[in-house]
Each structure stands twice: as C-alpha cells, then as structure tokens.
Ligand binder design. Structure first.
Ligand code: MN
Length: 145
C-alpha cells in the first residue's frame, strides 16, 4: 500500500475534506485521511492544514493525538502552556488536555495527526471551563472559541 505524495501536501486518491462537518469554532482548516487502520495498527493518520490566521477547535477528549509538524509554523495550546511549533516537532497530546492549534507566519501550518480509529468525541469547553481557562491571561489572549 503506497499513498504517493503528488506535491504540495496532497496525495494521490486522497480527498481534501472539511476539518469538521460544521461549526464556527475553527477557521481555514482542511483534513486528509492518509491511513485508516490495518491489522494490528488500528489508527488513523490524518494530515491537517491550517491557513495563515486559521485555527483548530479548542477542545479536549479521552483519546490521544500524536502530532508531527510537516510545514509552516504555529502556536499550540497544550493544557496550560502555549508552545511555538515548527517543522519536524513532535507533540503528544495526553487525554483530557485542552488543545488548540493556530497558524502563525505566512505559510500554512501542516501536520500529521495520529489517532486511534475508535475514539471518543471531542468536547468544547463549557462556559465555566472557559472562564477557568481565561483566568490565565496568556491563555485568555490566545484562545479562539
Ligand atoms: Mn483534538
């Protein structure tokens, strides 16, 4: 099984999909599914791309993300910390950890994200959780929701 890169972060026979089906809690982001599980690797490998000024949903869930940055630069909220990330950085997002990716700079932020095929649904913060997060000024300034 070969999924051939055909240039510019697109792969043969892989559709460029909407990030999520609906919502206004994310911006300028696409999803491609490069691998959808086989035998003893019950994982999905997705490629996400966030255009400049775009961002992913602020969310948390039980399942883990393993992220590898392929292009561009961005900032990621991980729990109570904001990290700058760039090409070849590897980011493990543990269970129940608030996270949000934002593209910074002039190039798109593109990253691989590995997840289990069977996973729980992402949860967005409640009003109370959002208030708690926003007690930390740098987080209040960062998050988009
Ligand atoms: Mn997530």
């Amino acid at each position: 099984m070969l999924t051939r890169h055909r240039g510019n972060f697109q792969w043969d026979d892989v559709a460029v999909l909407a990030y999520k089906e609906e919502g206004t809690h994310f911006k300028n982001i696409t999803r491609q599914v490069l691998f959808d599980g086989l035998a003893d690797v019950p994982c999905q490998l997705r490629y996400f791309e966030i255009e400049p000024a775009g961002y992913s949903t602020l969310e948390q869930h039980q399942h883990v993300h393993l992220v590898i940055i392929l292009r561009g630069q961005g900032d990621v909220l991980l729990g109570q910390h904001i990290h700058h990330v760039a090409q070849n950085d590897v980011i493990a997002i543990p269970p129940h950890t608030w996270h949000q990716f934002q593209a910074t700079g002039e190039d798109s932020l593109g990253f691989l994200c590995l997840v289990n095929q069977e996973r729980d649904k992402a949860l967005r913060p409640t009003e109370d959780e959002l208030h708690l997060l926003c007690e930390i000024p740098k987080i209040a300034a960062f998050i988009r929701s």
